[in-house]
Design a protein around this ligand. Structure first.
Ligand SMILES: C[S@@+](CC[C@H](N)C(=O)[O-])C[C@H]1O[C@@H](n2cnc3c(N)ncnc32)[C@H](O)[C@@H]1O
Length: 224
């Protein structure tokens, strides 16, 4: 019988969380994967089709900046850069960032090691487009409010935030990772001056992991 594709992630997450380290397993996983000893379950051959479709109608990218949260192996960041955004992509895992750079040696993306829970101050209200796809749900509920507030804080005046996440029904307990988001948690991205533009649930055959939240939030432009 073949191993589940998330077996390595589950093993390393259990070890990391048992020692109270909520993000350390990502580095462990990317390091083992770089040595050919583990599989990264979210390592898809293409950019996330939900992101591709959502950004197809999102307006002119040229001259605008984008931030990709928890960018992993870089597929989504590369797609966003290909649209014309000046793209910064960050991940807490140094090996994850090294692996993305190695995969895309000619990349226009600025790949940065950074922790969502301790972001550089210069990223506050700095980006015209922010894309958060299944990173908040990969962190335990104990840091959820801080993670959501940190994502929201990076959106510039006049900027937009796209959130993609798994769906958790209200009152349902999950033994993550992942810890998918409830509707109330999705709504809570409208914080620190962001307003909700749309929240929908999407189910598509070409999206792994069944149903997803897709939500847009906007920050009012500054007065001239
Ligand atoms: C489930 S993966 C998703 C990766 C990518 N967004 C995708 O959709 O393929 C979560 C990613 O977020 C990163 N991550 C987790 N916690 C983080 C944190 N506190 N700060 C920055 N990145 C983090 C992990 O290293 C991992 O690459």
């Amino acid at each position: 019988m073949s191993r589940p594709h998330d077996a390595d992630a589950s093993r390393l997450a259990a070890q990391s969380l048992a020692r109270g380290d909520v993000t350390g397993w990502f580095e462990d996983l990317y390091r083992e994967a770089a040595g050919g000893d583990a599989v990264v379950p979210w390592d898809a051959p293409q950019a996330n089709p939900l992101i591709v479709d959502a950004l197809a109608d999102a307006g002119d990218a040229v001259g605008r900046s984008a931030l990709v949260v928890g960018s992993g192996l870089g597929r989504d960041a590369e797609h966003i850069a290909s649209l014309g955004y000046r793209t910064t992509a960050f991940d807490v895992s140094p090996t994850g960032i090294d692996s993305a750079r190695a995969r895309f040696p000619e990349s226009a993306v600025d790949y940065v090691v950074a922790d969502l829970l301790d972001l550089p101050k210069r990223w506050h209200n700095a980006f015209d487009l922010v894309v958060e796809s299944i990173t908040v749900q990969s962190m335990p509920l104990s840091v959820r409010d801080d993670a959501i507030a940190a994502v929201a804080s990076t959106v510039a005046p006049g900027g937009r935030l796209l959130v993609i996440s798994g769906v958790r029904a209200d009152g349902v307990e999950v033994d993550g990772p992942p810890w998918p988001l409830t509707r109330a948690e999705i709504e809570s991205f409208a914080t620190g001056g962001l307003t909700t533009t749309s929240i929908e649930q999407i189910e598509r055959a070409d999206i792994p992991g069944a149903r997803r939240w897709q939500a847009w939030f906007d920050r009012t432009p500054s007065r001239p």
